[in-house]
Design a protein around this ligand. Structure first.
Ligand code: NAD
Length: 353
């Protein structure tokens, strides 16, 4: 290309829009996509040490937080831009929106730009499922889902498809959210029970997922609500000053985390002293630390969401986008014939090529 008017194919960057993401996901199926991403996240946790790791970089405001989540495995680099604004839903916006980039490390060129709002819900469900494979009681068939917002159905479907959960018991302070989730899950194969309280939802559930959004230290579950032997999949507490579980529950639980420097600041364990023992999930997956050890043990996955999970999800979608053609090319990289002649490219474009 000479003047910059007709970008060369090499300099084009595939862009996966929300529409493309939905095409990719619906072609494969939501649950199989969660399963595929869970396998990829697990494979990447197994090579934990090959990743650059850093706690995500937050910019806090009164209304919420905007975060950057970068990582690299030496071959690819990825980052996600994500916000968390609990008051958004009441204003008609999503609580969480995201987009991300995957790039080659050898020349630094982006290979994909993607929406990640849908992808975050898929990867969060995938990570929950992956953790539960190692931590939940074997043969668990019932899950309580506290918080029936945007993440809810992805979680429920993931647990049904990947772990054999048969019943989901829904509770949300907003009955409209529960009605929405029940409607969306009606043909999922799950037995769906709408409950009138958190207590009712957790009755008999071996897995309890908390997935609420409130920018404060909430107590979604109190100590007396959590019986021996359950697995807690705590997703909603993911920011300083934003937790869901009473501290006493943490004291009775064996706690598993993604990346301790980030979880100590953002997770449920921000309520505990900085030296309170926790187990890194990747060690369990690598066989270096035990997961669930007894029937009576309370396991807690203190999920906050870590950059490698988004990286794994981006790698999966990159492959699917190229395979299915569900993307558009973006003219995102300047590509002068002579790499040093950036200026000439601009001025030739003014002359019409
Ligand atoms: P959302 O706003 O769509 O849904 C949240 C739901 O929680 C709403 O329906 C609300 O009515 C309900 N709720 C609030 N307080 C409640 C309470 N006390 N009891 C029961 N229900 C209550 O949000 P979302 O996108 O579903 O996300 C939920 C939470 O998960 C957010 O806090 C978000 O930051 C977090 N999140 C974490 C991860 C992770 O990787 N750990 C990933 C995505 C989202």
């Amino acid at each position: 290309m000479s003047g910059g008017l007709a970008p060369s194919k090499l300099a084009m960057v595939p862009f996966v829009s929300v529409d493309d993401m939905m095409r990719i996901v619906n072609a494969a199926g939501v649950a199989p996509t969660i399963a595929a991403i869970a396998d990829r996240i697990e494979a990447d946790f197994l090579r934990w040490e090959s990743f650059d790791k850093v706690a995500r970089i937050p910019s806090h405001s009164e209304e919420g937080v905007i975060e950057l989540m970068p990582t690299s495995d030496g071959e690819f680099y990825g980052f996600k831009y994500v916000n968390g604004h609990p008051a958004n839903m009441a204003r008609g916006f999503q609580t969480v929106t995201a987009f991300g980039v995957l790039a080659r490390v050898d020349n630094g060129y982006p290979v994909m730009l993607s929406e990640m709002t849908v992808l975050t819900a898929l990867r969060t469900a995938a990570t929950s499922v992956m953790a539960a494979r190692h931590l939940a009681p074997k043969g668990a068939r019932g899950m309580a889902m506290i918080g029936n917002g945007a993440q809810c159905e992805f979680q429920a479907l993931g647990f049904h498809h990947c772990l054999g959960v048969e019943e989901v018991r829904l509770w949300d302070i907003d009955p409209a959210a529960t009605r929405k989730a029940a409607r969306n899950l009606a043909d999922s194969g799950l037995r769906v029970t709408a409950c009138a309280s958190a207590e009712e939802a957790i009755a008999g559930a071996q897995i309890i997922t908390t997935c609420t959004a409130d920018k404060r230290q909430a107590t979604i579950l109190t100590d007396n609500m959590v019986g021996a032997g359950v697995h807690l999949n705590a997703i909603g507490g993911d920011c300083p000053g934003k937790t869901e579980l009473h501290r006493d529950i943490l004291m009775r639980s064996d706690i598993f985390v993604e990346y301790p420097p980030q979880t100590r600041v953002e997770g449920e364990i921000q309520q505990l002293p900085p030296d309170h023992p926790v187990t890194e999930l990747w060690r369990v997956i690598a066989g270096q630390a035990p997961g669930r050890q007894s029937d009576g043990q309370i396991t807690l996955f203190d999920s906050v969401g870590f950059a490698t999970e988004d990286f794994s999800a981006l790698r999966h979608i990159h492959g699917e986008a190229l395979r299915t053609g569900h993307y558009v090319d973006l003219d995102m990289l300047a590509d002068p014939d002579d790499p040093r002649d950036l200026f000439g490219m601009v001025t030739r474009a003014a002359d019409g090529g």
